[in-house]
Design a protein around this ligand. Sequence first.
Ligand code: ZN
Ligand code: ZN
Length: 212
Amino acid sequence: MKITIIYDNTSYQKNLKKDWGFSALIEYHNKNILFDTGTNGEILLANMKKLNIDPQKIEQVFISHYHYDHTGGLSAFLNKNRNIEILAPPSFRGIHNDVVVKYYDSPQEISDDIYTTGEIAGIEQSLCLKNKKGIVIIVGCSHPGIEKIIKVASQFGKPYALIGGFHGFNDYPILKDLEIISAIHCTQHIKEIKQNYPDKYVEGGAGKIYTL
Ligand SMILES: [Zn+2]
Ligand SMILES: [Zn+2]
């Protein structure tokens, strides 16, 4: 499983543009899934190019939630590739074109070893990827709260990695059973999360590649 951060508030590879927003490419079991699309389509496509990611090779776009910093790059991406499925929470509306949209309002399998929590708290879904070690959870902004997200994801296996935006999260003991913690994007308390889990914390940012 390979996860590449394309768009983030910070850049891990200095040749990539940093900007408020989030997007990542998930490569797993021969599937290429774009998780969110950042704020600005030009930056999204420019960073993809620098990372040698071909938009044509992506089959699915997983939208965590409708906020502009996760969906702003979608129309620019669709101009490069319309032959995709959009996997969206029901609260994300306004895609009127010829693209296939699937809505997820409850936890379920998307394809082999790939699951969604479904929309939680009326706003956001998280992506869950299962391998031998357990579940890798990719989150957008974690608006429903990390505790709730981990609880829902646990029905698919034991969560061991959590990657994405943690927003205002500060209930640090909730993370104790995870092995990999990578808090990026909108996370307000990165410093405290690092201090609590120095051995589990993994630095993120645009250009960071996780091989799990
Ligand atoms: Zn948000
Ligand atoms: Zn966000």
